[in-house]
Design a protein around this ligand. Sequence first.
Ligand SMILES: *[C@@H]1O[C@H](CO)[C@@H](O)[C@H](O)[C@H]1NC(C)=O
Ligand SMILES: *[C@@H]1O[C@H](CO)[C@@H](O)[C@H](O)[C@H]1NC(C)=O
Ligand SMILES: *[C@@H]1O[C@H](CO)[C@@H](O)[C@H](O)[C@H]1NC(C)=O
Ligand SMILES: *[C@@H]1O[C@H](CO)[C@@H](O)[C@H](O)[C@H]1NC(C)=O
Length: 263
Amino acid sequence: MCLTCISAKTDHRPVIVVLLVLYFVEISLSEPTPEDSVSNSFNFNLGSDDSADISAYLNVTYKSDFGWKSDVADVGRYGGGFIGSAHGLLVHVTSKHQPGDHSGCVYPFESSRSDGKLPPPGTPWVALIQRGHCNFDVKVDNAFKSKASAALVYNDRTSGTLEKMKLTYDDKRNITAVFTYKWKGEQLAKLLENDSNVYIQITISERKTSKSGDINRRIRLMEEIRNDTKSAVKVSENKKNCKKLQVFYHWLNRKIKSLNANN
Ligand SMILES: *[C@@H]1O[C@H](CO)[C@@H](O)[C@H](O)[C@H]1NC(C)=O
Ligand SMILES: *[C@@H]1O[C@H](CO)[C@@H](O)[C@H](O)[C@H]1NC(C)=O
Ligand SMILES: *[C@@H]1O[C@H](CO)[C@@H](O)[C@H](O)[C@H]1NC(C)=O
Ligand SMILES: *[C@@H]1O[C@H](CO)[C@@H](O)[C@H](O)[C@H]1NC(C)=O
């Protein structure tokens, strides 16, 4: 594959090969679990610390016996894709043929309201989705296709920690995707009973830099690899064989941009 194209056609920079090999090794070491795996082979998972860990505030507004009430807590965690704030009417999604299924695996979505309808176009809304049955990418893709402003995925098992959802980085899929606890998801689902309106605001709470420390150093390293990849593509005569390398180059480029944007 692309490794041969580099080593055969370039007389210099064995460092590229080494770095690429390091990347591939890292990929195979950080094999995702089946449920969270993605089909895109260029979602090289650079480990859980490939970008800052970012937690999210969920500000939930609902009608209680004492009037409208807001409840703000730092109980969310952004996944590996787009990072941004979002707000809207909360909708517990279901599928047409299985009204009890909130996994968000089947498109199109319906809502758990008695009429099954999603909010009309133009009304911002946030999809509340239960973890399980398909990987996170499918859920987030379906929410994006359904024109939700965010996907809020809640755990289907009790856990004291919040995982960072493994998501393919795609700069066209600019939808906020946040993971929350099982208890929080169930609390929100309960608030939505009887066609009650619940509004939610998702905002960035805290950016913790990666475990490996200096994220800028990581970005610079990736830039270096990107630049080397570019030179390798240029000097290579057989461009066709280097298709993968070019895809890798573009993937790196987008990754660097996203890291820079989130940093
Ligand atoms: C939470 O949302 C409500 C309704 O939009 C807003 O009035 C309130 O200021 C928000 N609270 C915080 C802490 O952002
Ligand atoms: C996502 O991209 C579309 C098209 O470029 C844009 O209209 C929309 O405002 C963006 N949304 C966010 C949350 O950035
Ligand atoms: C929905 O209605 C049931 C039965 O009347 C009631 O027990 C429950 O508390 C209601 N839920 C909400 C969120 O109002
Ligand atoms: C990579 O190339 C860009 C543009 O040519 C340059 O600005 C940048 O400094 C280079 N980065 C490294 C780490 O060599």
